[in-house]
Design a protein. Sequence first.
Length: 212
Amino acid sequence: MRVIDLSHPIHPAMPVYPGTAPPLIAATAALDKDGFEEHQITFSTHTGTHVDAPSHMLADAETLDHLPLNRFMGRAVMINVDTVASRKIDVSAIKRYEGQINKAEFVLLHTGWNRYWGQARYFEEFPVLERKAALWLGNFALKGVGVDTPSFDAATSTGYGVHKLFLSRNVLLIENLTNLDCLPSEPFTMACFPLPLQQADGCPVRAVALIE
């Protein structure tokens, strides 16, 4: 079995969404002084490659710790929308994958935007699903949808309509994925387990693809 890492590394100098504090990693014990190494880590629940819980955008909705572990793993399919010239991903760009989506539990949208990770433009004018495309995709029995962009809604959005559309259907959202260009066109297994944080509205994940 081949394992493909779909997660960005977490470190203090990593890119973070504008307005989000970068992670802090501070040594609290040193080998030469204390006989062991230990660090304190502080980060946002939406740092790097992470999953959004329904409670991220919806009142009285489920937090991650209330979801069974099998919600974070399942049969996945990668949809290549890297050739879409527009910043809006419409229904026609994804509808031809309907047969594969019908058999999938996770859909990963490969936009190619990951190529700008580490640049300021990564957070500007990135591709997002048009509302009609999100509505169409939201009608499938999916556990989650993932993207290689920083958000499911445009940076200028204030209503977060695409987020709320999926989260209201209890579809998990995975953002800031990487290496989607390494995935096969055939279905594979995906896992994106969060830390067992209580009342978590989101959490960084180690997202991986397992290729038979």
